[in-house]
Design a protein around this ligand. Structure first.
Ligand code: PLP
Length: 437
């Protein structure tokens, strides 16, 4: 057995780069999870990526299980996507006027996602959820919004409450700067708790504008909604006349071409998208029933705009990515390899006698260091974070780049092969054996 390093071990160049970055940017990064705060140590600075691999500036190669936190379902620097980006950029990077390519992408989204009859392109998942909430409030004339603890919908003020992953990891679920007023109309409920949401609608009849949920949560680790919960949420929202928003920023085009709503056969009123829909470029989208989307300016009165929305380079990347996913669906392969990886991690943790749960849906998954199923944030919060940090650095030492928090799902791409999954399982066997005591 090769020796297993469990200590935080970034290379010399990454450490120097982080030192200078910290003088220039808050915490040295442009998005907090990247600073490795949850696992300690120095983040690896990336030089480039290709297919399933990341290459850091110290010359190390890693098998990548974050895929830019979701977008890279085709693998990094996919040739056709890069060609589409290059061709679009050479014609101009932004016009501030409509293009035919935007309609092509809009049609691709509408054809793919069952609940979307009309769509608006934006620049990020955060913009998509922020806008969807505004539209739902505008369409219903109501103010209250229900969200679930441990679900993350971007850094929208009103939704930055009990928001999972980075916020929960740092132990500051309510960010300073979010006023009490901004979150006053947000009701936070326990995920997968059928009784709690039933009670909430009984307490606030006709007052809820929207329920927003991740149908499979990626932001407290991988936690699927139970079928009973999803069905009950759909029933209650329909009965009450409020808007059910599926936040499919992570799950859209990942769990099926039509997202989690296709996989589970539940149609929300609105859907938010990001990550894969932009093919690795900054692009998000929100859409839904025509009557709701026609409330948006200039068809309706709900204001929402963006200088770079529908950006031609981002649209080219997203459109090519969706075209490839439709032409060569990777979903069966992702399903098969996901099951193989989940079984392998489960067996490795069992043989190391480590209390654990592996939760997996397609190419999203989490090895939780907890001995009970994780169905809500209350469960996720019980996990052994110290053991996770050792596991993370142990895997890095084996050349496997896992998400740097217990509360982030891993993602893999269609460029991950059976042999790579085997290699990952072997690495996990060694690391888990080393962290068992
Ligand atoms: N919604 C979900 C479910 C997400 O996972 C994320 C980001 O991770 C967002 C919204 C926010 O997207 P973005 O980071 O593009 O603003």
């Amino acid at each position: 057995m090769t020796s297993i390093s469990l200590t935080a071990a970034a290379g010399e160049k990454s450490r120097a780069a982080f030192e200078s970055a910290r003088q220039l940017m808050p915490g040295g990064v442009n998005s907090p999870a990247r600073a490795f705060g949850a696992v300690g140590g120095t983040p690896l600075f990336i030089d480039h990526a290709k297919g399933p691999h990341l290459f850091d500036i110290d010359g190390n190669r890693y098998l990548d299980y974050i895929g830019s936190w979701g977008p890279m379902i085709l693998g990094h620097a996919q040739d056709e996507v890069i060609d589409a980006i290059t061709a679009a950029a050479s014609r101009g990077t932004s016009y501030g006027a409509p293009t035919e390519a935007e309609s092509v992408l809009a049609q691709q989204i509408i054809d793919a996602v069952g609940s979307i009859e009309k769509v608006r392109l934006v620049n990020s998942g955060t913009e998509a959820t922020m806008s969807a909430i505004r539209v739902a409030r505008g369409a219903t004339g109501r103010e209250k919004v229900i969200k679930f603890a441990g679900n993350y919908h971007g850094h929208v003020d009103s939704l930055l409450v009990a928001a999972g992953s980075s916020a929960a990891t740092l132990g500051t679920p309510d960010s300073p700067g979010v006023t009490a007023g901004a979150s006053r109309d947000t009701i936070v409920l326990r995920y997968n708790d059928v009784d709690a949401i039933g009670q909430c609608f009984a307490d606030h009849p006709g007052q809820i504008a929207a329920v927003i949920m991740e149908p499979v949560v990626g932001n407290m680790g991988c936690v699927p909604a139970s079928e009973a919960f999803m069905k009950e949420v759909r029933r209650l929202t329909a009965d009450d006349g409020c808007v059910l928003i599926f936040d499919e920023v992570m799950t859209g085009f990942r769990l099926a071409y039509g997202g989690a709503q296709e996989r589970y056969g539940i149609t929300p009123d609105m859907t938010t998208l990001g990550k894969i829909v932009g093919g690795g470029m900054p692009l998000g989208a929100y859409g839904g029933r025509k009557d709701i989307m026609d409330q948006v300016l200039p068809a309706g009165k709900v204001f929402q705009a963006g200088t770079l929305s529908g950006n031609p380079v981002a649209v080219a990347a997203g459109s090519k990515t969706l075209e490839i996913l439709k032409r060569q669906p990777p979903y069966e392969q992702l399903e098969r390899l996901g099951k193989k990886l989940a079984d392998g991690l489960d067996a490795a943790a069992t043989s190391a006698e480590i209390p654990h749960q592996v939760q997996q849906v397609g190419s999203m998954m989490t090895l939780f260091f907890h001995d009970q199923p994780v169905n809500s944030w209350d469960d996720a919060d019980q996990c052994d974070r110290d053991r996770f940090a050792k596991y993370f650095w142990g895997m890095i030492g084996q050349g496997v780049y896992m998400p740097c928090s217990q509360f982030e799902a891993l993602f893999f791409s269609r460029t991950h092969t059976e042999a790579m999954i085997d290699q990952t399982i072997e690495a996990a066997q060694q690391v888990l054996a080393a962290i068992a005591s």
